[in-house]
Each structure stands twice: as C-alpha cells, then as structure tokens.
Design a protein around this ligand. Structure first.
Ligand code: FES
Length: 163
C-alpha cells in the first residue's frame, strides 16, 4: 500500500488506538499493522511503545521473536518454502537450494526487482506431496526446478494478481 509518511502515521495511530485497550494488545496491534501494510513500518514502533507505555526495545523484542512479523516491505509476491521433515525427505533440501540459487536471495530477502520475497515455513499441511510451497493462498506440491521456473516466469512476466 502506497501512503505518504503522514498518512502512514495516521493509519498506525488509528490502528493502535482502536486496539490498545484490549488485554494483551501488543500482538493484535502488530497483526493489524502487518495486515494493513504487509510489514511493520519503523514509525510504528514508537507509536506502539507510547500508547502501550512500554519501551521501543520491548516492541522490537516481540517483533523479532515472532518470525511471522516482517520489518521490511515484502516483494510483490511472497513465496513460502516448506523446510519441514516430510518435504525434506522428498527432495526439499535440493529444491530449496535451487530456489535460492535461481532467485539469488536467501530466506527473508527480496529480489532487487522487488518482485519476490522468500520465506521459510515449517509445514504447509501438504506433506504427502512435497516439496511444497505456498504463493498467496495457493499451496503447490511436488515442486521441482522446472515447475518453479514456470512459476517465477508467470509471476514476473504477467504480474499475476494473487488471492
Ligand atoms: S512437511 Fe512440508 S508440507 Fe508438511
């Protein structure tokens, strides 16, 4: 979402203000901010700390503890690659290496074109047909280099809208 700096701050203030009175508000606030922006923008840290009367280090600590939260704006597409055992037993390690080599990035990184971010996940509930990945809401099984190449071509060439 493209917003001006003032707009970003206003939105963060609104989101924090609407949730801060709930018990255990920090996690719901972080979820709500990430749902809105796709990540937790830096200015959110100070706003949250001030509303919840805690330190910015406290907020940082929670964000970095949970892998789910992102501090950097993700690429247009986030590809989640399963690294759990069942997928590894079906060639997941080699596939994962191929993915990183092909995109020339590691997990939690984004291609220079800002098209694709990579994220490691640990089971997508698709264990019987690994290696598995998820793009948007779509879980894809029996992945291999050729299928991955096609997927990347489709995403980067046609800029598909994903659910
Ligand atoms: S282990 Fe990969 S989907 Fe379950």
């Amino acid at each position: 979402m493209d917003e001006t700096q003032a707009g970003v701050l206003n939105t963060i203030e609104d989101l924090v203000g609407s949730i801060k009175h709930k018990p255990g508000a920090l996690l719901p606030i972080l979820h709500s901010i990430q749902d809105h922006f796709g990540y937790i923008p830096d200015p959110a840290i100070g706003v949250i700390a001030s509303h919840l009367r805690c330190t910015e280090a406290d907020v940082h600590g929670v964000i970095s503890f949970y892998h789910y939260f992102r501090s950097q704006k993700p690429g247009r597409y986030v590809i989640e690659v399963c690294r759990a055992e069942a997928c590894q037993a079906q060639g997941g390690r080699e596939f994962e290496q191929y993915v990183r080599d092909k995109l020339n990035i590691g997990f939690d990184q984004t291609t220079p074109s800002q098209d694709i971010s990579l994220k490691a996940v640990y089971c997508l509930g698709n264990c019987a047909t690994g290696p598995s990945i998820r793009v948007g809401d779509d879980i894809k099984g029996r992945m291999n280099p050729a299928k991955f190449d096609r997927l990347v071509d489709e995403l980067t060439t046609f800029k598909l809208e994903l659910k």
